[in-house]
Design a protein around this ligand. Structure first.
Ligand code: CA
Length: 207
C-alpha cells in the first residue's frame, strides 16, 4: 500500500544585498544622514514584512518582488529585520544599520534651520529670557572647547562640552562676572564624523 508523502517546507530568508556601504556581506551598512538604504533578499516564503528598527511602522512587501528601499533620518544603530512566513512558520534575517550626523559648529548658510544655529553676537544679561547667555550652537560633535577672552586677552570663561542634542543650548556661558563690552571667542572641536572644526569671532555683552 502506497503511503502519501507529506513534504513540509520550512521558511527561509536571506538578505543578499544592502546598499550603500555593505559590510560583512549584507549583515550591516552605515552612512551619514539622511541615509537611503536598499535591501534585496531571497526567500521561499508566502509573506514578508520589514521592521526598519527605528520605531517606524512595519512595511509589508511582496516576497516575489524582493527589494525595498528606506530612508533613515535618525542617528543611531538600528536592527532592520525582515520576517517571512511559510505555512504559518516564521523566519527572519537582520541587517544592522548605523547612521551618523554631519558635524557642524555655528550656522552654515545653506542650512534650513540657519537662524537656530547662529552664534550670538550680543548677550543682554538682564534675565528677561532673551539672549541672556553666550553659547556656540553645534551638532554631532564629539568634543567642543570654547574659550572666551576680554579685550586685554584674559580668559574670562569657557564652555567645554558639545550640545547633547542638535541646536539646543545645553552648555552656555553667562557673563555674571564681567562688565559691558566686546568679548572674543575661539572654538575648537572634533565632530563624530571625524571633521575638525575651528571658529572665532566677537560678541558684545550688555547688562
Ligand atoms: Ca536679555
Amino acid at each position: 500500500m502506497a503511503s502519501t508523502e507529506v513534504v513540509v517546507y520550512s521558511p527561509a530568508v536571506n538578505v543578499t544585498s544592502v546598499t550603500p556601504n555593505p559590510l560583512n556581506s549584507a549583515d550591516s551598512t552605515q552612512g551619514y544622514l539622511p541615509l537611503d538604504v536598499s535591501f534585496e533578499w531571497t526567500t521561499n516564503a508566502e509573506t514578508a514584512v520589514w521592521n526598519m528598527g527605528d520605531s517606524s511602522d512595519w512595511i509589508i512587501v511582496n516576497p516575489s518582488d524582493p527589494n525595498v528601499a528606506y530612508m533613515y533620518v535618525d542617528e543611531g544603530v538600528f536592527p532592520a529585520v525582515i520576517m517571512v512566513t511559510l505555512n504559518g512558520c516564521p523566519a527572519t534575517d537582520t541587517v544592522w544599520v548605523s547612521t551618523f550626523g554631519v558635524s557642524m559648529v555655528g550656522c552654515e548658510l545653506d542650512l534650513g534651520s540657519c537662524t537656530d544655529g547662529l552664534i550670538p553676537n550680543i548677550v543682554t544679561y538682564n534675565g528677561d529670557g532673551n539672549n541672556d547667555f553666550f553659547w556656540v550652537p553645534n551638532m554631532h560633535m564629539a568634543t567642543l572647547d570654547v574659550r572666551i577672552f576680554n579685550r586685554w586677552g584674559d580668559e574670562v570663561g569657557s564652555i567645554t562640552q558639545p550640545n547633547k542634542y542638535l541646536w539646543t543650548p545645553d552648555y552656555v556661558w553667562e557673563p555674571k562676572e564681567v562688565g559691558n563690552g566686546v568679548y572674543y571667542y575661539v572654538v575648537k572641536g572634533t565632530g563624530k564624523d571625524g571633521v575638525e572644526h575651528s571658529k572665532q569671532g566677537f560678541f558684545e555683552v550688555v547688562k
